[in-house]
Ligand binder design. Structure first.
Ligand SMILES: C[S@@+](CC[C@H](N)C(=O)[O-])C[C@H]1O[C@@H](n2cnc3c(N)ncnc32)[C@H](O)[C@@H]1O
Length: 303
């Protein structure tokens, strides 16, 4: 077996997220909502008078805020017939929406959590959707073979996010889409744009959706906390749902974090082989990924 180029600490971070998300699946599995809970993201709520992308959805559409987030990330990208790969796909809700509303071709989902992959394999039609366990920092897909890579609220878990961005640049065909959203340190937004450009990913659309994601949390966090535990949410669930007063909610609403959407297209340019993020930036991102593992540990069932 080839030794992993990731350091021991970086590998431990991956293992930590795998355990956390596998455990979260077990918690959800024990609730009566299990089959409806197909997203692990903070969602998007349009502000007063704001239009949103995508088809109109009824007020009671299941996981409405997560659907609106996906529509915002796709924006004006035409995905008709596209082969789509979602990296860090969780329970596959985003790919389900793409199959339902965007007339995409085949879709592939990968995630580090085994239980999420088992959930997806059971629930989506195998003729259209395939799922496999993989680490985002080693995307096991042929060079230039996909039309779109989707990545929603997952990259903050990767200790070496540049390694992932390089693989995105590698697997996309020229003209292909990189549809990306995450909560990041606000100071990194401009740097991400620069790094994408250096890797041959031209930013063609972007939006800071922090207020919309914060609004989604304000409206939904408490209801989700109760649903995710069938009324007995395990200790630590506040972070998973971004409840008021949680560390993640403070990052989102306190100015330090930006929830940012980038839509990029793969150009014909070769990716610059030189390391793009400085050692200091890499250190900061790895530390933040490690802190996330601790925040997202779930304890015993609560009251
Ligand atoms: C907040 S969830 C988002 C899931 C999904 N994108 C969604 O919108 O519902 C983050 C996901 O990233 C996955 N993840 C964390 N670290 C990963 C890694 N190194 N490689 C692949 N997936 C990873 C987790 O297992 C989890 O499913």
């Amino acid at each position: 077996m080839t030794p992993s180029p990731l350091s021991h600490d970086e590998q431990a971070i991956g293992q930590g997220y795998r355990e956390n998300f596998d455990r979260f699946n077990e918690v959800l599995h024990a609730t009566k909502y299990d089959r409806f809970l197909r997203f692990f993201n903070f969602g998007y709520a349009p502000l007063e008078g704001e239009e949103h992308y995508g088809p109109p959805l009824g007020r009671n559409y299941p996981n409405r805020d997560s659907a609106l987030l996906l529509f915002q990330v796709v924006g004006e990208a035409d995905l008709t017939g596209a082969t789509v790969l979602e990296v860090g796909c969780g329970r596959g809700g985003n790919l389900g929406l793409l199959m339902e509303h965007y007339d995409v071709g085949r879709v592939f989902g990968t995630d580090i959590a085994f239980n999420s992959m088992a959930y997806c394999t059971d629930r989506y039609p195998a003729e259209r959707a395939r799922f496999f366990q993989a680490d985002a920092q080693f995307v096991p897909v042929r060079t230039g073979s996909v039309d779109a890579v989707l990545n929603v609220e997952s990259s903050g878990c990767y200790p070496d996010v540049e390694r992932f961005f390089r693989d995105v640049s590698r697997v996309l065909r020229p003209g292909g889409w990189f549809l990306y959203a995450d909560l990041m340190a606000r100071t990194f937004v401009d740097r991400y744009r620069e790094v994408f450009t250096a890797l041959g990913l031209d930013v063609v659309g972007e939006k800071d959706v922090t207020p919309n994601v914060a609004e989604s949390r304000r409206l939904r966090a408490e209801r989700q906390r109760l649903a995710f535990g069938d009324g007995k949410a395990p200790e630590g669930m506040e972070e998973w749902v971004g409840a008021d007063g949680s560390t993640l909610n403070d990052v989102l609403t306190g100015g330090k974090g930006a929830y940012h959407v980038f839509r990029c297209r793969r150009s014909d340019r070769e990716a610059d082989p030189a390391q793009q993020f400085t050692d200091e930036e890499r250190g900061e991102m790895t530390l933040s990924a490690a802190e996330g593992v601790e925040l997202l540990r779930l304890g015993a069932p609560g009251a």
